[in-house]
Design a protein around this ligand. Structure first.
Ligand code: ZN
Length: 431
């Protein structure tokens, strides 16, 4: 899989890679949305107007030179004037992404700004959100109202009755902000479908961020035997797969796999999940971390789970759009929906925000063979299992169940399978 290297990749290659991701993940239509990158010469590279977003090639990208000259095979996006206006207003911004993703558009048509305190990382990833009043697409006036919001220091702006525009220090940064903001909107909407979302206080978010410095000591030497390298590859593949399937976003998610005894490998913190490489993954051996690398914030919890649960050999902690509806509303998910869900999950309890922080026992006490998955309120779902693919499958089953339950809410009351039917499943499948 190709990687986004914002230091060495040409802007047109970065743009085609990210627009493809935006399109594949259902966050733009074929014709809508545009992306630009400004280079060190002050030239702006931008997506073309009216060319299929699903099959854009680097040679389709247009260059608007610093002097205004336009070079390329097509016309530049009709919305490029507001990109130029933002770059003029904010020299620190080097990449801009604009689109009409459905959940963000929902907020823009009811004229609300999403509260990003719904999940812990979004406040810092997105920053405060600006709001630009409606203006004609492609007009100078639209450029002005958007640039005005960026001048105030916002890096993400809701465009009234239109969509969103986000900026970043590079295109990876802009994409992560865009994806996280759309995820917040989806989570608030799905949560509102089944109940009332709760929001974290700024103090709770600070406590979350504070988990990073509590690092394990570094080991002095490191070895990478072939069984260790095989686990790196396995983790990388499942993380990429989770991102592609909408089961993980760039800014959150941890995967670990037991290696030997209680040693394990775990994903790092502060690396865009879809972009994770084998060398980013962190080895944890004898309670020490691989030198020079920062493992996930939740490393302590993973370590304790492996120590106390010999049957657990892999763990996924992530945010998915429908399970998060149950997380942010603190509602219990009843998995007695269909046989598959009950067999895979049995019971999915909720625990309060912060239960996954270092030193907390709640999750460790609840996890067992009969309780393999737990929802952490306003944070994530944690899923455990033997082989990593099986744990991933369990996560998929959980997300499908949450989706069916959420969609079913509009149809009528849930009628779960009864205790006798559950007992029959237990006897037949769990022995
Ligand atoms: Zn637009």
């Amino acid at each position: 899989m190709r990687k986004l290297d914002t230091a060495l990749m040409h802007p047109r290659d970065q743009i085609t890679m990210i627009i493809d991701k935006v399109y594949r993940s259902g966050m733009t239509t074929t014709s809508g949305g545009n992306i630009s990158v400004i280079d060190e010469n002050g030239d702006v590279w931008v997506t073309p107007s009216a060319i299929d977003k699903g099959s854009l090639r680097p040679s389709d990208i247009i260059c608007v030179r610093k002097n205004g000259a336009i070079e390329g095979r097509h016309k530049p996006s009709s919305e490029y004037p507001f990109h130029i206006a933002i770059y003029k207003a904010r020299p620190d911004i080097k990449a801009i992404l604009h689109a009409h993703p459905p959940a963000l558009v929902s907020f823009s048509i009811v004229r609300q700004i999403p509260n990003t305190n719904v999940i812990p990382q979004a406040k810092n990833v997105c920053g405060p959100i600006g709001y630009a009043p409606y203006e004609l697409p492609g007009s100078e006036a639209l450029g002005e109202v958007i640039a005005n919001e960026f001048v105030k220091g916002f890096n993400a702006v809701i465009m009234e009755n239109h969509g969103t525009v986000v900026g970043g220090v590079d295109l990876g940064d802009a994409f992560q902000r865009f994806e996280t903001l759309e995820f917040c909107c989806r989570t608030i909407i799905n949560g509102s479908t089944i109940g009332t979302p709760n929001y974290l206080t700024d103090e709770e978010i600070e406590e979350f961020e504070d988990q990073v410095p509590r690092l394990l000591p570094e080991m002095e030497t490191i070895e990478h035997p072939s069984d260790e390298r095989a686990i790196r590859e396995e983790i990388k593949r499942i993380v990429h797969r989770a991102c592609a399937q909408g089961l993980m976003i760039s800014s959150y998610g941890t995967v670990s796999v037991r290696w030997r005894n209680n040693d394990f490998l775990i994903t790092p913190t502060n690396v865009a999940r879809w972009d994770i490489k084998n060398e980013d993954i962190v080895q944890i051996k004898d309670g020490k971390r691989e030198p020079g690398k920062v493992p996930s914030r939740s490393t302590w919890l993973h370590q304790e789970i492996y120590k106390r649960n010999p049957h657990v050999n892999s763990i996924i902690l992530t945010q998915t759009p429908y399970l998060m509806a149950y997380s942010v509303t603190a509602q219990k998910m009843d998995v007695r929906t269909i046989p598959e869900s009950w067999i895979f999950l049995q019971d999915v309890p909720n625990v309060p925000f912060g239960s996954h922080f270092a030193g907390k026992e709640t999750i460790l006490k609840l996890l067992s063979k009969n309780t393999p998955a737990i929802i952490i309120n306003n944070d994530s779902i944690i899923v455990t299992g033997d082989k990593l693919l099986g744990t991933f499958d369990r996560l998929e089953v959980a997300e499908f169940s949450a989706k069916s339950l959420t969609m079913g809410t509009s149809l009528g009351k849930l009628i779960p399978i009864n205790s006798e039917q559950v007992e029959a499943l237990r006897k037949r499948f769990l022995g």
